[in-house]
Design a binder for this molecule. Structure first.
Ligand code: FES
Length: 488
């Protein structure tokens, strides 16, 4: 019955795996047997030339994979498998991808790469192990509960991918999603010599866009991630802090994208007067929309991002930009280009899909019964309508327990508040002490019956919300729900 807050580790692990497969097998062309077995690289001589860049990318690229594999398994209840798979999973993935590279003439499989990948994965798995041991995941859960208003793992993943998408160089700064002319060319090539050839729209000569139009596109494109954040996060100071991070990431992402494309001395070249004007407009719009409800932010996101994509995809290609980009594509970032390219093309459309879901469906709040409503068909009725149990367990051996995290104060506060609101007594609410409820990693913990809703609270304002929203009004406080996979 209880709504649940799902772990983000699994979808993030899947995303990272896709990125790694892409980067390892790019450019995916020319597949053929090269007369060697796929495992021949295991006893081939070691490469004579490596660069620090190769070592770092091979090592660091797999750290998140090991970390996310282990976290995804641990947080879905497979704690024992988590260590094994976190440590060995990335090594297996790398061995397999290196073997597949032996069918790609443009890629060179190497045992050194596989060893570095395995070491990176093991580092990540070890990091996950240490995070779980130190119970840092609990802090993360608290952080999520405090900040995230909407249960949308996909939304948070899309939001987190925005800074990576910015690395893809675009003719108009921040203009992600300019895919129309490429999509039409690809479709034309695909349908060539078929009866559907004539259905492909003819390319239209686009007029160059002026500085003011460019500033408007920058503003709309930059405003989109801010609105997505507002649709997912709580209001007030959370949105203000988020807006500060958004602006810093926009500046850093824009500069890094130019630096990677044209060289470090050109990092700030993209910040022309129209771009600054667009950024200024985006900041003003983001500040003006701080007070919107989550749903209104999602609706506005759909409208303004749709407009931005319309303007962007009507803009012509810039020949100099396209040529320079082709040179960069052949360079040392060729593998990452493929990844950032897809992110740069698809990010706005993923944001639109998330915005549509958030606009169509209101925040998922479970509606239970209000105190005043009788239980339909529940015979015989319960002596108490709701019972809340607080774990007050104190451990003498120094292990973390709810009593160390203010459980007693929260219990006292809850009792007083229930009394104050006239909710205490038979047929109403009962507040009880409990021993360890065996979900210590999410502590301090309380559970409300008959709905069997588990809460991880932080302070007395959380308790006030549980009392007023759930115990009195029958509305589950989603932001305080204990994640389903949290155990001892
Ligand atoms: S110590 Fe509170 S749930 Fe175990």
């Amino acid at each position: 019955m209880a709504a649940t807050r799902r772990t983000m580790a699994a979808p993030l692990a899947l995303c990272w795996l896709v990125l790694i497969v892409y980067a390892s097998l790019y450019p995916f062309s020319g597949w053929r047997s090269q007369g060697v077995t796929p495992w021949a690289y295991l006893d081939a001589p070691w490469p004579r030339y490596w660069t620090g860049f190769d070592v770092l990318t091979n090592l660091l690229g797999y750290v998140p994979l090991g970390l996310l594999f282990a976290l995804a398994l641990a947080r879905s209840g497979h704690t024992r498998l988590a260590w094994l798979f976190g440590l060995l999973g990335p090594a297996l993935v790398s061995l397999l991808l290196e073997a597949l590279q032996s069918y790609l003439p443009l890629r060179v499989p190497s045992l050194v790469d596989a060893l570095l990948n395995a070491a990176g994965g093991a580092l990540g798995g070890g990091l996950a192990l240490s995070l779980l041991r130190r119970r840092w995941i609990r802090s993360w859960n608290r952080f999520r509960n405090a900040w995230q208003a909407e249960e949308s793992v996909g939304g948070i993943v899309v939001l987190l991918l925005w800074p990576l998408a910015l690395l893809y160089p675009t003719p108009i700064p921040y203009g992600l999603g300019q895919v129309w002319s490429r999509a039409v060319s690809a479709l034309a090539a695909w349908l060539q010599d078929t009866p559907f050839e004539d259905w492909v729209p003819e390319p239209v000569e686009a007029l160059p866009i002026g500085p003011l139009e460019q500033a408007a596109v920058v503003a709309l494109c930059l405003w989109a991630p801010a609105l997505l954040g507002y649709a997912l996060l709580r209001g007030g100071r959370h949105r203000l802090v988020f807006s500060g991070c958004w602006l810093l990431l926009a500046l850093a992402g824009g500069a890094l994208s130019s630096a990677l494309t044209w060289g470090p001395v050109h990092a700030w070249d993209g910040f022309t007067p129209p771009t600054w004007l667009g950024m200024l407009l985006a900041v003003s719009l983001a500040l003006a929309s701080l007070g919107l409800s989550q749903r209104a932010a999602a609706v506005l996101l759909l409208l303004e991002l749709g407009l931005a994509l319309g303007l962007l995809n009507g803009a012509p290609d810039i020949p100099y930009f396209v040529e320079s980009l082709e040179v960069w594509e052949q360079g040392r970032f060729s593998r990452f280009h493929g990844v950032s390219q897809w992110l740069g093309w698809l990010w706005p459309y993923a944001a639109l899909a998330i915005g549509l879901r958030l606009a169509l469906y209101p925040p998922r709040a479970l509606q239970c019964q209000r105190m005043s409503e009788p239980t339909q068909g529940a015979e015989p009725s319960s002596y108490y309508q709701r019972h809340i149990f607080f774990c007050l367990n104190q451990r003498a051996n120094g292990e973390s327990c709810c009593a160390d995290h203010g459980a007693q104060a929260a219990f006292d506060h809850c009792k007083a508040r229930v009394k104050e609101l006239g909710l205490a007594g038979p047929g109403k609410v009962r507040v009880n002490k409990a021993g360890c409820l065996d979900r210590c990693a999410g502590g301090p913990i309380a559970v409300v019956y008959p709905e069997a809703v588990w809460y991880s609270f932080v302070d007395t304002s959380d308790i006030d919300e549980i009392v007023e929203s759930h115990l009195r009004d029958g509305r589950v406080v989603e932001r305080l729900l204990t994640p389903p996979d949290v155990g001892r």
